[in-house]
Design a binder for this molecule. Structure first.
Ligand code: DAH
Length: 340
């Protein structure tokens, strides 16, 4: 009985092997009979439960069939390999290769890295802060009084939260306070990052943009140091001698506050269409850090002095690469982005 069953397996499997048309098919056949749960394997495993006489008959037959199946598989495999259609498989090695597209850095990232390199060479640290910021850090800690109209200058997106008010941060300045809470003067730090404003977008306004904050605090830090560092930075950034000009302005977290301009990089200050004839380009806001902000950070009043400034990275990238519309940066137009 058992012998017949084994013979049955033999003829069935060898027939299938003969007919198989691919290596994959061959593999499946082998598994069906010789795999862990294969039908022949089961018989072989069960030999030990048979009476000695039956085992003496079935054992050698089963083992021989196992060898036969293996051998047939091997032979068929070789046969299949020889049947390759070389005409189809032929490749023309003289054809030009297909170029793989590689990614590249976004112009904003390029500018950010340039800036970081210059400032770290001057001994500045680089810090980071959350993009979803509490109302307290974004405004209150920076001396914006509750209900003061200055909050409206930076209309933003509010994040619903029952316990505390959160905003998509409107500027990188809140990280000044976060950093000062963790670090004692003297300190020099830059804070690049993404900020958000509720803007009606046009060629020079975007709702999502990048800013760049700098903060220097010590015993004896003055506006003179500010002027020198900014001038040095821009001279290196544009690889040409750059002059800076300060104009009085208002920010709640600096006292005094000013806006600063650099001489036009296109005409070197002589006056041209880029600077609307004035010879100067507006860059950003700055000032001497308010003692109220130092107090929030836990510094003793009137012990330290420091300056801070912030400006938009997009604007700088636009000047460096002569880009005339801020919306191009995140517009997703490959014709623009692939130029970098
Ligand atoms: N955070 C201000 C803004 O987004 C810019 C600014 C002004 C930053 C004065 C400063 C500063 O650090 O001192 O409009």
């Amino acid at each position: 009985m058992l012998k017949q069953k084994i013979e049955g397996i033999k003829s069935e499997s060898l027939e299938k092997i003969k007919k198989s048309a691919s290596e994959r098919e061959l593999y499946d056949i082998k598994v069906k009979y010789l795999g862990r749960n294969g039908s022949l394997t089961k018989i072989l495993k069960n030999l030990k439960n048979l009476s000695p006489e039956k085992r003496r008959v079935a054992g050698p037959v089963a083992n021989q069939v196992r060898r036969d199946i293996k051998e047939a598989c091997q032979n068929k495999k070789k046969e299949l390999a020889e049947q390759v259609d070389w005409e189809k498989e032929k490749i023309d090695v003289t054809l030009p290769g297909r170029k793989t597209e590689t990614g590249h850095l976004h112009p904003i990232t390029l500018v950010q890295r340039d800036i970081e390199k210059i400032f770290t060479s001057m001994g500045f640290k680089i810090a980071d802060g959350p993009e979803i910021e509490s109302d307290w850090y974004n405004f209150t800690a920076l001396n914006f009084p509750q209900d003061h109209p200055a909050r409206d200058m930076q209309d933003t997106f509010w994040v619903k939260n029952n316990k505390e008010k959160f905003v998509l941060r409107t500027h990188t300045s809140p990280v000044q306070v976060r950093f000062m809470k963790e670090n004692k003067p003297p300190l020099k730090v830059i804070i690049p990052g993404r900020v958000f404003r509720n803007e009606a977008t046009d060629a020079t306004h975007e709702h999502t943009l990048h800013q760049f904050e700098a903060l220097v605090v010590g015993d004896d830090v003055s506006v003179g140091h500010f002027k020198y560092i900014v001038q040095e930075f821009f001279t290196q950034f544009f690889s040409k001698e750059t002059k800076i000009r300060l104009r009085p302005c208002y920010f709640p977290f600096t006292e005094p506050s000013f806006e600063f301009d650099i001489n036009c990089t296109v005409c070197n200050g002589k006056g041209c269409p880029s600077c609307k004839g004035g010879g100067w380009l507006e860059i950003g806001g700055a000032g001497m850090v308010s003692q109220n902000v130092f107090a929030v950070a836990g510094y003793p009043k009137n012990k330290y002095q420091g300056f801070a400034w912030g400006f938009g990275l997009e604007r700088l990238a636009m000047m460096k690469y002569k880009i005339n519309d801020i919306r191009l940066f995140h517009g997703g137009d490959l014709r623009f982005i692939q130029q970098f």
